[in-house]
Structure formats: C-alpha cells, structure tokens
Design a protein around this ligand. Sequence first.
Ligand code: OAD
Ligand code: ZN
Length: 251
Amino acid sequence: MFREVSKILAKSSMAIAFTGAGISAESGIPTFRGKDGLWRKYRAEELATPEAFKRDPKLVWEFYKWRIKKILEARPNPAHIALAEMEKMGIIKAVITQNVDDLHKEAGSINVIELHGNIFRIKCTSCSYREYLKETGRIEWLLSQELPKCPNCGSFLRPDVVWFGEALPEKELTTAFSLAKKADVVLVVGTSGVVYPAAYIPYIVKESGGIVVEVNIEPSSITPIADFFLRGKAGEILPRLVGEIRRYLNE
Ligand code: OAD
Ligand code: ZN
C-alpha cells in the first residue's frame, strides 16, 4: 500500500493536503473530538461561538490564551515537516488546514490555506483592525490582557478564528474549493471530517475524479470515500511516504 500510494503521489500533477487537529496531536496539542479532545472536556457552545463571546468575553479569552500558551510550547512534528518536504519536492501544491496553530508554516510549508483562521491573529469586533501577533511581537502583551481592546477604536478584540455558526473566510474557502476541483490526489490527514464546509474538500476531489488518500489512527467520516486508508500516526506515516517517494523517484 505504501509503495502504491507513494507512486501515485510521485506521478501526480496536482496533489493537495487537507489536515485537521490530528496532525498536531503528536506536537502535544489536544484534538477536539478524540480521547482527551477539547470538546469532550469543554462545551464548544460556551467557548467557541459569537454568543459565548457576547455573554462572557473574559471566559472566551481565558480559553484562547490557554490555547495560545499550549501552542507556543509546541513544535512542528515529523508529519508537518513531511508535508513541507513534499511541497519542496514539487508534489504537494497546497496545504488546506482546519488548524489554527500555525505549525504548517513553522515547518516550512509555503502555500497554506487556513480555513478556520489563525490563533495568533486578532481582529476588532467593530472596526476593520487586524493584527498578526507574531509579526507585531505582541503575544506577551495579549497574554497579559484580561480583555484586550482595539488600539484603533477601543472596542473588544477577538481571536481571528472561525467560531461555530460563523462563515469561513471567503477568499480561503473559494481558493480551497477550486484547488480541490483541480487536484488529482488529496492527502487527508488527522481530521474527523465532520465539520462543514471544510469537510467537503475530499468529496470535491473525489467527485472531480481525484484520488483520496487518508492518514488517521482510526476510521473517520471520510474513510468510506478513501481510495487508500493508511492507518497510523501521521508523524510516522508521512515521513515513511516521503522516504518511499524519494526511493521511487531515484529508481
Ligand atoms: P477532530 O478532533 O474532530 O479530529 C481529529 C482526528 O485526528 C480524529 O479523526 C483522530 O482519529 C485523528 N488523529 C488523532 N491523533 C492522530 C495522529 N497522531 N495521527 C493521525 N490522526 C490522528 O479535529 P478536526 O477534524 O480537525 O473547528 O476538527 C475539525 C474542526 O472542529 C476544527 O477545525 C475545529 C473543531 O471544532 C473550529 O474551531 C471551527
Ligand atoms: Zn477597532
């Protein structure tokens, strides 16, 4: 199976990756629905909805500051690095991710499409102010605030992530869907595939005649349409694939 999948990837003309929380699990970042998943311990509707933020913005910020701190301790793992290598090899053309942790870019992936935002970005709840904390060097400032305010208009700032009930960023979604239509292979890694519209991506690839390769420690909602299911940890499977692809290309 590894040999076959590697050959398919090596011969593909437009492979893309579609990733979820599972790819960052081995970096120490909790997933949402798995064992120890965030939505098993906390109620999503109390922490990740616009209503929750209106009701108790301090609580929502507390949750996001805790997650920022956890993510700051995390490093990209061999799975993120393998995807970045496949991009350098010219095989993977884009990584479409549901993750907000920035680890794909930290690992060296260039063309990353963030469907659910980025936890290091903040935006104003009333004006158009936006800030990327890694660029402005204000992560520490943010972490010191109970309720961060907009430097432009004084309104509350919020994390620039997509909450339940909110629309996905339009440009990213359009780009992701059009890549999915054109892709001949999608590598689906570490997602339960239950959150839409993101979860349409593998279906669009499949319907347009592309091949669906899934990497997960257990079957997901995507598995029924997967042409290949590579069961195991992303941090072990993806580097193995890179090795096989290299071997194949050198043959
Ligand atoms: P989930 O927590 O729903 O799913 C994580 C998936 O990763 C599961 O299918 C696990 O089996 C798999 N997994 C866990 N560890 C793994 C490993 N080491 N290697 C490979 N696979 C592993 O996370 P997502 O599918 O990303 O949305 O969740 C989608 C969205 O739901 C998130 O983006 C977030 C959440 O609510 C928003 O915040 C809008
Ligand atoms: Zn403002």
